[in-house]
Design a protein around this ligand. Structure first.
Ligand SMILES: Cc1cc2nc3c(=O)[nH]c(=O)nc-3n(C[C@H](O)[C@H](O)[C@H](O)COP(=O)(O)OP(=O)(O)OC[C@H]3O[C@@H](n4cnc5c(N)ncnc54)[C@H](O)[C@@H]3O)c2cc1C
Length: 329
């Protein structure tokens, strides 16, 4: 690993200003829990000139719930805390479960909400620096290669998937992120547009600018009758990256679905809202057969690659079960 300068930031303003001094020749990167950044540095994928430690900034680790405004999570709140915070567990169970099932206990104790959303794809071609070494059409090479964990939807321009599993729940809840830049100016960006299809030519797979910090995650207050569930399907019970994950948020009126939000992770370049499944559910009485139809509709447009067609029936089953789990919650 190449040596680098380390700065303990004392405020958002200072961190933003330090990040703003970076350029292509002298990259400056932020570090929160360091769980992803250190991996990338050790692999030589990211070679910073300066690392700005955000953990020393006070006040970025708050959790606040308000019945009108909803939930606010500071960027430095750890996944472990999200998983056990009483207000999150009571009102946003799909998010609490997504945080609880991400990574390992040790990782969750260090990993932060902000860093989790900004982590880079787990694609092994990217992690092994293939995209820098290779010439020609890299996406085509991956498409024809070891693509068993790659996208089964929207996979024409890239086949990589976003790594964050809490992002799947946040998309289902209609969350937004707050980005703060120079002069303390902040903007609030919906999760649905914040995450961008992974692109190795960019230093990030989100809309964040090089001189911005992700400062908060904001989730709207749940409407009356909201029920939710989350499921991460791996190849094994022990910690692992998912084959797919599904978050379902339903607004129920008795047994009738008033509104449905179904987000599918690890199957498309960004977590995918399944409008097809949502359309099947809304206005109907929820039962096994309806859940089955919704799951079928959700996977009908899948375009699997040479080695990942197995994901389609797995996803269909997980959607059906998660819809039923949400209704029963
Ligand atoms: C064995 C293992 C299993 C895992 N399984 C899962 C899983 O199932 N689901 C899942 O979602 N993740 C999983 N992870 C990944 C892990 O959750 C992430 O690496 C972690 O959440 C990243 O958060 P962090 O705070 O450590 O970020 P860091 O590594 O510190 O930062 C990540 C990126 O975000 C930038 N950054 C961080 N915070 C900010 C901020 N506030 N503003 C601007 N830029 C910022 C950094 O510059 C860096 O580019 C796993 C990791 C391991 C090692």
């Amino acid at each position: 690993m190449q040596s680098f300068e380390w700065v303990d930031a004392e405020s958002v303003e200072q961190a933003v200003s330090l990040l703003g001094e970076g350029n292509e020749r002298m990259p400056v990167v932020a570090k929160a829990g360091g769980m992803d950044l250190l991996d990338l540095m050790k692999g030589g994928v990211v070679i910073p000139h300066r690392v700005v430690n955000l953990k020393t900034i006070k006040g970025l680790d708050g959790v606040r719930f308000d019945a009108k405004q909803g939930l606010e999570l500071g960027a430095l709140v750890t996944l472990a805390r999200v998983s056990r915070e009483p207000e999150v567990r009571r009102r946003y169970v799909a998010l609490a479960d997504a945080a609880e099932h991400a990574a390992t206990p040790q990782v969750r104790n260090a990993a932060t909400m902000g860093g989790n959303l900004l982590q880079r794809p787990r694609c092994w071609y990217f992690r092994n620096d293939f995209f820098h070494q290779a010439s020609g059409d890299d996406v085509e090479r991956v498409r024809a290669g070891e693509n068993q964990y790659h996208a089964i939807f929207d996979n024409q321009r890239t086949v990589m998937v976003h790594a964050s599993t809490p992002a799947t729940a946040l998309v289902a809840y209609g969350a937004s992120v707050e980005l703060t830049g120079p002069g303390g100016k902040s903007r609030v960006v919906p999760m649905s547009t914040f995450l961008l299809p992974p692109d190795m030519k960019r230093p990030t797979d989100t809309m964040i600018a090089p001189n911005e910090l992700l400062t908060r995650v904001i989730i709207p207050a749940p409407a009356a009758g909201t029920k939710a569930a989350y499921h991460k399907q791996g190849e094994r019970e022990s910690y692992d990256w998912p084959i797919c994950d599904v978050a379902v948020v339903l607004q129920m009126d008795g047994k009738t679905v008033r509104q449905a939000s179904i987000a599918l992770g690890w199957v498309a370049p960004t977590p995918r809202r399944s409008a097809e499944a949502e359309r099947v559910l809304v206005g109907k009485t929820l039962n096994e057969e309806l859940a089955r139809q919704a799951a079928k509709a959700a996977v009908s447009g899948a375009t699997p690659l040479s080695k990942n067609a197995y994901k389609v029936p797995v996803l269909e089953t997980v959607i059906r079960r998660t819809v039923l789990a949400a209704a029963a919650a």
